[in-house]
Design a protein around this ligand. Structure first.
Ligand code: PTJ
Length: 253
């Protein structure tokens, strides 16, 4: 970005915009990816552009769930690859998870581009590539129903940031624990997932990595306690409360 000063109050947000705009020019992102990003920005602004306590709580529960998982899979779309490809790969390495590409607006060219982003971030054995085997996920149609037989099909826990509601629902219906990161607490994905982190992907993933490192030495019993005590609906409710308090406090409104 040429002339925005680092002292600009929204400098980081503007940097991300620039990154996304450039990735769009390079053909990594879907045509509507910037619209999805803008929706995220709007919610992030309302949430104070910070990780709030309910998000922190969900991050801890997500980290514990990933550590308990037998077959964790991290699902990556275009926006996730561009905003947090390196963090997704680092997290996968830390918990021995598989990384699988799943695009809502799938084209062979975009799959290749996303694969390149992940591999240049250090990923090996990426699943969901253009020529890979796949089986459709029950309850879904079209390209987004593709799931790798050794990846999402086998998974007991799936991390699906910025997911579409139908896929989140289909994964839950298949008895998988679905962790999502979505700035919109009202989205169907946020509402239907097992663990919903209402935070910006770029803040949530580094925190999740730190939490995984912290919890790695814990016993299964301790991790299970963290997971079992969590109530996702209540946690989303607490986020919505935060938003309404924010509006009440704002004297401009
Ligand atoms: O790469 P593809 O083809 O798989 O397409 C990916 C997008 C994201 C374009 C596609 O899945 C899509 O259209 O998504 P939606 O239905 O617009 O949903 C995106 C959700 O992610 C919205 O609820 C946004 O608020 C949220 N979101 C956007 N940016 C972020 C975010 N959540 C967390 N962190 C963000 N940076």
């Amino acid at each position: 970005m040429n002339d925005i000063s680092p002292t600009h109050p929204r400098y980081h947000s503007l940097l991300l915009r620039d990154k996304m705009a450039q990735a769009y020019q390079e053909g990594i992102l879907a045509d509507t990816a910037l619209i999805a990003h803008g929706r995220g920005e709007a919610f992030d602004y309302i949430l104070g552009e910070k990780t709030n306590p309910p998000a922190n709580k969900a991050i801890i529960v997500a980290a514990a769930s990933l550590l308990l998982a037998e077959n964790p899979v991290l699902s990556v779309n275009g926006n996730t690859a561009v905003l947090a490809g390196e963090d997704m790969v680092n997290l996968a390495n830390l918990i021995q998870a598989k990384v699988e590409i799943n695009l809502f607006y799938r084209t062979p060219k975009r799959v290749m581009k996303v694969q390149e982003v992940l591999e240049s971030a250090g990923a090996t054995g990426v699943l969901g590539k253009e020529d890979d085997d796949y089986l459709p996920l029950e309850g879904l149609k079209g390209p987004r129903s593709r799931a790798h037989p050794d990846g999402v099909h086998q998974a007991d826990v799936v991390l699906v940031p910025l997911e579409d509601g139908d896929r989140a629902e289909a994964l839950v219906a298949l008895d998988k624990k679905v962790i999502t990161i979505d700035l919109n607490p009202l989205s169907r994905t946020a509402q239907k997932s097992s663990i919903t982190i209402v935070d910006n992907l770029v803040r949530a993933l580094p925190l999740m990595i730190a939490e995984v490192k912290k919890l790695k030495g814990c016993s299964r019993e301790d991790l299970e306690k963290i997971v079992n005590e969590f109530d996702n609906a209540e946690n989303i409710h607490n986020t919505l409360d935060l938003i309404s308090q924010h509006f009440k406090r704002d004297e401009r409104l």
